[in-house]
Design a protein around this ligand. Structure first.
Ligand code: PEP
Length: 252
């Protein structure tokens, strides 16, 4: 049985002070809530302070990105070991904004996944098709390519503890959500491929999140699908009231 996971991706929003105030409030709002795991992903400068404010709380902290090298002359980059030491236990990898705006490829995603695992971070690996790819009926091929290349060299044991996030690019920040049926179709396909490539045990334990304009009023219908194990939430995770509703309605 997979515990649902609701992860909030704050993107480039909230200062350090705003981030800390937000999680102090959130911690109280979700105190005692069972049947769901919660993660927030602040900006790099806020990671350490947010992790400190959440010490002793079940809410996890994720980095939004990392570099695959441990250290070196890579101006502007932050390594997996560094975010781990700052207090993050999770890392979002290969978000579509990173792929489209910052040139990330399946190869760099794979390097980052391996670096995260080495640093004992739980990778949340984002995959998903563009509108053009969906309209050309290439969705499942794109997902296959992203999974195969992005998870190259990952073992079944590692996969079991990992998280994949199916995020159709056309649904991110657009207010246009995949229908529950579209989400389930993609998730079922992903689960099938994971079974084929990593084995039944790993596949049945790996959590697959849906992401793309998740809101308090659509989370329940998405979560009613057997292969949807939670959500990666962008815009709606920035509001404590809305995010708490999503977390509460995302429980199983
Ligand atoms: C995201 O950033 O991963 C995301 C899904 O954004 P939004 O919920 O705003 O569509």
């Amino acid at each position: 049985m997979r515990t649902p996971l609701i992860a909030g991706n704050w993107k480039m929003f909230k200062t350090v002070r705003e981030s800390v105030a937000f999680v102090i409030d959130l911690r109280d709002r979700v105190a005692g809530l069972t049947g769901v795991d919660i993660v927030v992903a602040p900006t790099f400068p806020a990671l350490h302070a947010v992790a400190g404010a959440l010490e002793g709380s079940p809410i996890g902290v994720a980095a939004q990105n990392l570099h695959w090298e441990r250290e070196g002359a890579f101006t502007g980059e932050v390594s997996a070991a560094m975010v781990r030491e700052a207090g993050a236990a999770w890392a979002i990898i290969g978000h579509s904004e990173r792929r489209t705006l910052f040139g990330e490829t399946d190869d760099t995603v794979n390097r980052k996944v391996r670096a995260a695992l080495t640093a004992t971070l739980v990778p949340i690996v984002c995959i998903g098709e563009t509108l053009q790819e969906r309209e050309a009926e290439r969705t499942l091929d794109v997902l296959d390519r992203q999974i195969k290349a992005g998870l190259d060299g990952v073992t079944g044991t590692e996969l079991a503890g990992m998280v994949l996030a199916y995020e159709p690019v056309w649904a991110i920040g657009t207010g246009r959500t995949a229908t529950p049926a579209q989400a389930q179709q993609a998730h079922e396909h992903i689960r099938g491929r994971l079974t084929q490539w990593f084995g039944q045990d790993a596949s049945s334990r790996c959590r697959i999140l849906y992401g793309g304009s998740v809101k308090p009023d659509n989370i329940a219908a998405l979560m009613a699908n057997p292969d949807v194990d939670g959500a990666l939430v962008g815009g709606a995770s920035l509001d404590a009231d809305g995010f708490t509703k999503i977390v509460t309605r995302g429980r199983r």
